[in-house]
Design a protein around this ligand. Structure first.
Ligand code: VGL
Ligand code: ZN
Length: 228
């Protein structure tokens, strides 16, 4: 029997104060990932105002705020439309593309790749783009799926002597998950704002297994109540 891990079973950190060398990483809060977009995450729009409140807290405490932006050329090989006969959601794993194919999304310079209009993007100190190589997908904000092409995020954080990163945004089980896991591998202390993310859950069960992996990896879970 598979025991599914739920958000309520995670156990949240307590008494966290935001420090100057902390960073909030807001992952892929873009129009294509919210209802109405081409790769909508269910209820993805419902976390925007709460992400803004957390961003406000980081800003007040003079901590850093970084946005990531999925930024694909239209010939990107993660799009089912670039594989004759394939459909979005089909399983596909070759090199740095997969495990499934996606609908066209976050195409450079389109409305869909823009940030949600309510997001306080003016608070951001940096915007890290990823997924711009046609043959490489990038779920992580740190390194693309070939595990070689870095985005520069680790360098940015290290040069500012940032130790702890707090992750929120879309989607829980793809870009947030891989950013969190790689954050540990790049030597950061990683906190996951699970209630400020929403998941795709493809293939089914993916959210639960992502949560379990993150817990096993030593990632800490935080909620709004974790902060003092
Ligand atoms: C994402 C699938 C494809 C994400 C990006 O932001 O989670 N998911 N590209
Ligand atoms: Zn993408």
């Amino acid at each position: 029997m598979v025991i599914l891990l739920n958000i309520d079973d995670l156990g949240f950190e307590k008494n966290i104060t935001i420090k100057l060398d902390d960073a909030l990483i807001i992952v892929d809060m873009q129009n294509d990932f919210v209802p109405g977009g081409s790769l909508p995450v269910e209820e993805g729009d419902q976390i925007v105002s709460r992400i803004n409140s957390i961003a406000e807290l980081f800003r007040k405490n003079k901590a850093f705020i970084i946005l990531t932006q999925d930024w694909h050329p239209k010939e990107h090989l993660s799009f089912a439309s670039n594989h004759p006969g394939m459909s979005p959601g089909d399983e596909y794993q070759t090199g740095a593309i997969g495990p499934v194919l996606w609908p066209d999304h976050c195409v450079q310079n389109t409305y869909g790749s823009g940030f949600h209009e309510d997001l306080k993007k003016e608070y951001a100190h940096a915007i890290i783009r990823k997924g711009y190589h046609p043959e490489i997908d990038s779920y992580s904000g740190f390194i693309e799926n070939d595990k070689k092409s870095e985005t520069g995020l680790a360098g940015f954080l290290n040069s500012l002597k940032i130790k702890r990163i707090f992750i929120c945004g879309l989607a829980l089980d793809y870009c947030c998950y891989f950013t969190a896991i790689d954050g540990i591998d790049f030597g950061f202390e990683v906190y996951f704002l699970v209630n400020l993310t929403k998941g795709i859950d493809l293939p089914p069960g993916n959210i639960s297994s992502s949560l379990e992996d993150m817990k096993n990896k030593g990632i800490k879970f935080v909620s709004k109540e974790s902060f003092v």
